[in-house]
Design a protein around this ligand. Structure first.
Ligand SMILES: Nc1ncnc2c1ncn2[C@@H]1O[C@H](COP(=O)(O)OP(=O)(O)OP(=O)(O)O)[C@@H](O)[C@H]1O
Ligand SMILES: [Mg+2]
Length: 268
């Protein structure tokens, strides 16, 4: 079985009622690589991810996983290959951490054969990787924002899919947990060839961790490619309307963006 799944959008138009959010978009996520999507608030990043994972039907065009239209695939079959961590997931009231992470195993369970030893192993590994094992018996709605976010990541990991879409996986996390989650996703990519696609607001972490960077603006791709080619001062101005300096990161050489503002400007 290959882990190299192709995931692409063709002529994809998405929207809600009369509002068009994504317009005639063509893009491909490189298999077995890490892709980061960046763009201004409300530009359509979550809308795109929801459609790539079959939750929002296209107005026109297609989302193709290994050449098959995802909107025609049974949900459970798709969920064995592709997992989505949404931006604001909602946990059932009162559910414990262990039970929530266990729900990640649902796509792997057959109608009659229930919970298996493999499910136990997957849940334990996911709790371990996200340092949430000590929270296993706690109720999810009693956790801090950062703890909860790590539990949701654990649920996505427990699903053990070859393709993982994550909508702002680092929100609510302190800086060391942000780096830890991104390191963990990198480990997953390197050890299993998992295709990772994530929306990030931190452009510097996006440039550092992604093999492929996509900047979305005005319902379409403004720039895509190697982060060094995409994250430029011109791109930041065009996509975010912000003046910035982009310098090489002293450790990795990747682009490092320093935002300017009305009170933080270049000296004359
Ligand atoms: N369920 C919905 N019904 C109607 N409009 C929606 C819905 N979800 C999103 N929108 C609108 O679609 C546009 C894109 O929203 P989306 O959530 O995709 O943005 P985003 O790029 O993920 O933004 P953010 O960075 O704030 O998460 C916005 O104008 C938003 O108001
Ligand atoms: Mg969003």
């Amino acid at each position: 079985m290959t882990t190299d799944h192709s995931l692409q959008a063709e002529n994809l138009t998405l929207g809600y009622k009369e509002r068009v959010v994504i317009n005639d978009l063509d893009l491909a996520f490189p298999p077995a690589r890490i892709t980061a999507i960046v763009g201004a608030n409300a530009c359509g990043k979550s809308t795109l991810l929801r459609s790539m994972s079959r939750l929002l039907a296209p107005r026109t065009g297609h989302v193709l996983l290994d050449g098959r239209e995802v909107h025609r695939m049974p949900a459970k079959e798709l969920a064995r290959t592709l997992g989505l961590l949404p931006q604001s997931p909602i946990a059932p009231e009162g559910i414990t951490v262990a039970d929530l992470v266990g729900r990640g195993r649902h796509p792997h369970q057959r109608m009659l054969s229930r919970w298996s030893a493999a499910d136990d192993v997957a849940v334990a590994a996911a709790l371990d990787a996200t340092h949430t094992a000590e929270l296993a018996d706690r109720a999810v709605d009693e956790l801090s924002g950062g703890q909860r976010q790590r539990v949701w990541i654990a649920m996505a990991l427990a699903q053990q899919t070859d393709v993982l879409l994550l909508d702002e996986p680092t929100t609510f996390l302190d800086v060391s947990h942000q780096v830890e989650v991104l390191d963990l996703l990198t480990d997953l990519n390197r050890s299993r060839g998992t295709t990772i696609v994530m929306v990030l607001h931190d452009l510097n972490l996006a440039a550092r961790y992604a093999d492929h960077l996509i900047a979305l603006a005005d319902g379409t791709v403004h720039a895509a490619g190697d982060p060094a080619d995409v994250l430029t001062e011109d791109c930041v101005r065009a996509v975010f309307g912000l003046d910035s300096r982009v310098i090489p990161d002293p450790t990795s050489g990747k682009p490092l963006m320093l935002p300017l503002g009305r009170h933080h400007v270049m000296p004359e």
